[in-house]
Design a protein around this ligand. Sequence first.
Ligand SMILES: [Zn+2]
Length: 116
Amino acid sequence: MVSHSKSRVCFQWIPSHVGVFGNEEADVLAKEGSALSLQSVGTRSAQTALARLRSGHIKSLKFIDKEKAFSSCPCSCPASPAHIIDCIGASARQLWSGEGKGLVELLERHGVMDLV
Ligand SMILES: [Zn+2]
């Protein structure tokens, strides 16, 4: 990439925390960047929950004598994907549209993340 560029790029190691102009700012930005990647680790469980709901392979799904069975929802109904979505007041549309962020918030608010 650098070799195809007409501008000259110079890489140089810079000692940290010795007052080099711009380096402290770069350090702050790097820390912010690493905090962002921690946040995306946080949303990973949300992404996993959505993927599980979309595929129907949620944690509450068990196979008993090769038949599908579901753990109980807090409302005591079988916690199938369709039931969970219905029970938390969400819609299938929320599951399939956008990031599903609102849906994940509903799952958390109703304490059913461990079923998904
Ligand atoms: Zn329920």
